[in-house]
Design a binder for this molecule. Structure first.
Ligand code: HEM
Length: 489
């Protein structure tokens, strides 16, 4: 028996080393860092705190050029940050699958974000219509309504000491998401307590840790840890929130059914079919809890990302008063003092440059794709099965493309600077078939919120950009929070 076991073990170890050798041979043209047996390059991350790991990975990537081999234990990641490689991978129909490590998210959210293959293609077809341009006009009414409420709630911070504006913004973006895609008024701004945002951050930090601690990658080990129990609790809180929204929508639809029978019924925005209705019909027969797990990712993608970007915009405008003044002048010139009009949003050029610069610095730092087929880019071979880590962080901070890579410098987006750069040097929403479907929604909502607020208040900050420390949750978040003071215009 022992002999059989030893032979089996020997075969597994021999296969493991043969596989590593073969992958090393196939990718030998790509620069790598010295690696150790079994743990590969993971030793570079030893002793780091959770919050420091992605920042460290991002720094390593930025320091080692456009393409790099990185062994995370037995897994080979090819890290890519040159526009031509990024373009080839993002636009390839054989590079739409997510790597296995995204499965770590499945207890938190098992939807489109982590899906691969046919399942992803099916979900993408269902999701796309909710972002059709013609719906934006309806969504815009919600952006405006929630922005007006937001500025009225900020009033109590007038001329007070510094406060974290993200406490307000994260509720605002949740209300925007629910009022549009979910078809309910979630009233987080007036009645909420950031429960979703807080649980999301805590759960995601634990999940991210699994990417960098090789032993936690094994489910059976992870499940024995305190982290797994904590994650389950945070996830339950997230799902309970989503279930509350599902039930609110079901109740509203029942009430509307009766009203619609009335000839005088006038359909309002909440009465129209929403993304949530589509998903509820797709998942008929599943329990509310099971549906919640499948759609929690839309709550994350739709509120957390824009929330962080808006909070950064206020913080950075507080640090750079000249930029803020220019945004203010433009908003007054274009919108004057009345209600915003959707047609005029495209004339807010400078505000758009500011938002783009925020996203250059702080968008999702990287995404990982698993290649279905071998991909040859120039003379470089990416073997089938490669996990290609696309570093948005590194390309967005590469001095070859950005005159002030580590600064907040909206002029990076002056038309003459944009045209001098390769297209794939700026990809905050990704490109290709697996790009962000919420891009237009995000840009319009961010412009509306920031535009309304800047017309009302001046933002001040005591911090400097160099004071900020970062941690990667989904976006690259500020560990210092987003502290600002406000005064009346
Ligand atoms: C500043 C705001 C946003 C940024 C920077 C952003 C960025 C991204 C990026 C980089 C991806 C690709 C992720 C990957 O491949 O792993 C993505 C995917 C996605 N985003 Fe966004 N996003 C934003 C806002 C939104 C909004 C507002 C929504 C919905 C209301 C949304 C919905 C989605 C969805 C559903 C996906 C998954 C698409 C797929 O896998 O096919 N995003 N986003």
């Amino acid at each position: 028996m022992l002999l059989y076991f030893l032979i089996l073990l020997g075969v597994i170890v021999a296969y493991h080393f043969w596989r590593l050798h073969r992958l090393n041979q196939q990718t030998k043209e790509i620069k790598g860092l010295p690696s150790l047996p079994f743990i590969g390059n993971a030793y570079l991350l030893l002793g780091l705190k959770k919050a420091e790991m992605t920042t460290k990975v991002n720094e390593i990537i930025s320091a080692h050029g456009s393409i790099l081999r990185f062994w995370m234990g037995p897994f080979l990641w090819i890290v890519v940050s040159e526009p031509n490689y990024l373009e080839a991978i993002m636009t390839s129909e054989y590079a739409t699958n997510k790597s296995e490590s995204y499965q770590f998210f499945r207890f938190q959210a098992d939807g489109i974000f982590i899906a691969s293959g046919q399942n992803w293609r099916r979900l993408r077809k269902i999701v796309n219509p909710s972002f059709h341009q013609r719906l934006m006009r309806n969504y815009f009414n919600v952006f405006k309504k929630e922005s007006r409420l937001f500025i009225s709630l900020l009033e109590k911070e007038l001329n007070q000491k510094s406060f974290d504006i993200h406490n307000y913004v994260s509720k605002l973006t949740m209300d925007i998401l629910c009022g549009t895609l979910m078809g309910v008024e979630s009233r987080q701004q007036t009645e909420g307590n950031m429960e979703f945002a807080k649980n999301l951050q805590l759960s995601t930090m634990l999940i991210k840790e699994r990417h960098y601690k090789i032993h936690l990658g094994f489910d059976f080990i992870y499940k024995m840890t305190d982290g797994a129990k904590q994650e389950a609790q945070y996830n339950e809180n997230l799902h309970n929130y989503v279930i509350k929204i599902i039930n609110q929508r079901k109740k509203l639809m029942n009430e509307l059914k009766d009203k619609k029978a009335d000839d005088n019924y006038d359909d309002d925005d909440l009465g129209r079919p929403s993304y949530l209705d589509v998903m509820l019909s797709q998942y008929e027969g599943l329990s509310d809890k099971e549906i919640a797990i499948k759609i929690t990712d839309m709550f994350i993608a739709g509120s957390d990302t824009t929330g962080i970007a808006i909070s950064y915009a206020f913080l950075l405008m507080g640090m750079y008063p000249d930029v803020q003044e220019k945004v203010y002048r433009e908003v007054i010139d274009v919108m004057e003092y009345g209600d915003f009009e959707i047609e005029k949003l495209s004339r807010l050029h400078y505000l758009e440059m500011v938002i783009k610069e925020v996203l250059r610095l702080y968008t999702i730092p990287c995404v990982v794709r698993k290649l279905e087929k071998e991909l040859k880019i120039g003379s470089t071979v990416f073997p089938a099965g490669t996990r290609a880590l696309l570093s948005l962080y590194a390309v967005h901070r590469n001095p070859k493309y950005w005159s002030n890579p580590s600064e907040f410098y909206p002029d990076h987006f002056l038309p003459e600077n944009v045209s001098a750069r390769p297209k794939y040097s700026y990809i905050p929403f990704n490109m290709g078939p697996r790009n962000c479907p919420g891009q237009l929604f995000a840009m319009l909502s961010m412009k509306t919120v920031i535009g309304y607020a800047i017309r009302e208040y001046v933002f001040h900050s005591d911090l400097k950009l160099s004071d900020l420390q970062y941690t990667d949750v989904f976006m690259l978040e500020s560990e210092n929070g987003y502290p600002v003071k406000i005064s009346k215009r």
